[in-house]
Design a protein around this ligand. Structure first.
Ligand code: NAD
Ligand code: GLY
Length: 364
């Protein structure tokens, strides 16, 4: 098992990565010294496979769990679902020391974490991420929240989990397209922070696509370590943490204008990261060979690198980008790369430059 610690003083916690951890959920929660009553929040797909083992493990350890199953998919990450979860928690009489287990992908993690952050002004929660994306990114760092029609994650909080339990076995039932989408966040860590990881991903992509257990475990652990280092230095995104948003300004806007259904989050941020790499070549000196390496890695994983948008769609995309949380005084801020492994954040980018990368025009 790999263990990564998130160094946040009194709010520090461990990320445990290994096999068969779901069966140890109860034991692991017992070590946290929380109340007996708890709720598992999961979705219809994940619940079918993993609600029972999670529930039974908690009961074996002496807990009194209640199971809340929400619809699968991004559209469930909304205030209506939050409201229905509150009602269920109240019916099960959860108290301040009670806790929530978020069992699922990033949608469940963000939603259940937001419910935990706000119910009774905040109760503890444990993340049990079951998608690659959630294991390397969304379950770590305490960003929780839901979408509004106007944009992604516009309502949220920072609420750190008490523990993150990544059971690699759960990835066995994950649809291939979802696994590939998770790779988009994995690649991001190489681009923003770790050129050696990027080179390893280039070398070991075929093994990764076959989900070879040792390689997968080591890469997930490295991604978690990078996220832990970044979050440990800047928990509430006053600076450095912004680098984790590489490719997300365009990616989130794409998700918003397509009604959160057309692109998986990982697919949208693949397009966003390739666009950010092209912008970086024009504005921050990213060598063209690095743009090609980045594009080749996404392509090699079967991820989209570009989306053709007509003029009205581009206008909508710009409007959605302006609603992004990273906008200050109406100016859209980007994370751009100097080279693979070295990025800057908070860079203002003229709309004309964004137009060029979206239409694949050559930069002059
Ligand atoms: P998801 O939670 O929708 O999961 C993808 C699909 O796979 C769903 O249909 C789900 O039911 C299914 N699924 C999940 N685990 C499964 C398993 N083991 N077996 C079978 N099916 C399974 O999507 P996601 O890609 O995990 O997460 C995307 C969300 O994460 C977005 O809302 C995004 O905004 C958010 N996110 C948050 C952060 C953060 O820091 N909080 C970071 C990145 C992304
Ligand atoms: N996924 C971006 C962050 O956690 O900050």
């Amino acid at each position: 098992m790999h263990i990564v610690n998130v160094p946040l003083g009194q709010r520090r916690y461990a990320i445990k990565i290994g096999d068969s951890l779901l069966n140890r959920l109860g034991q692991e929660c017992a070590r946290l010294k929380l109340g007996a009553r708890c709720a598992i929040i999961t979705d219809t797909n994940v619940g079918r496979h993993y609600a029972k083992p999670a529930y039974n493990s908690l009961v074996r350890a002496g807990f009194e769990p209640s199971l809340i199953v929400v619809p699968a998919g991004e559209t469930a990450k909304c205030l209506k679902t939050v409201h229905s979860c509150y009602d269920r928690l109240a019916a099960h009489r959860l108290e301040r020391q009670s806790f929530i287990v978020a069992l699922g992908g990033g949608v469940v993690g963000d939603l259940a974490g937001f419910v935990a952050a706000t119910y009774l002004r905040g109760i503890p929660f444990v993340q049990v991420p079951t998608t690659l994306l959630a294991q390397v990114d969304s379950s770590v760092g305490g960003k929780v929240g839901v979408n509004l029609k106007a944009g992604k994650n516009l309502v949220g909080a920072f609420h750190q989990p008490r523990l993150v339990l990544c059971d690699l076995g759960t990835l066995g039932t994950l649809p291939r397209s979802e696994f590939r989408a998770g790779l988009a966040e994995v690649f991001k860590y190489g681009i923003i922070y770790d050129p050696a990881l990027f080179a390893r991903l280039e070398r070991e992509l075929p093994a990764l696509l076959r989900s070879e257990p040792k390689i997968l475990a080591a890469i997930i652990a490295r991604c978690c370590q990078i996220k832990a280092e970044v979050v440990g230095q800047d928990e509430t995104e006053n600076g450095l943490r912004a680098i984790l948003n590489f490719g997300h300004t365009i990616g989130h806007a794409l998700e918003a204008i397509s009604g959160y259904g057309k692109y998986l989050h990982g697919e949208a941020i693949s397009i966003g990261q390739v666009a950010a790499a092209r912008l970086s070549a024009a504005l921050t000196g990213l060598p063209q060979k690095d743009v090609l390496r980045i594009t080749a890695l996404f392509r090699g994983a079967g991820l989209p690198e570009h989306v053709p948008l007509n003029r009205p769609q581009r206008t909508k995309l710009f409007a959605a980008m302006k609603l992004d949380k990273k906008v200050t005084n109406g100016e859209i801020k980007f994370v751009l790369a100097h080279r693979i492994g070295k990025v800057v954040w908070g860079r203002k980018v003229p709309l004309a430059e964004i137009q060029k990368v979206l239409t694949l025009e050559e930069h002059g």
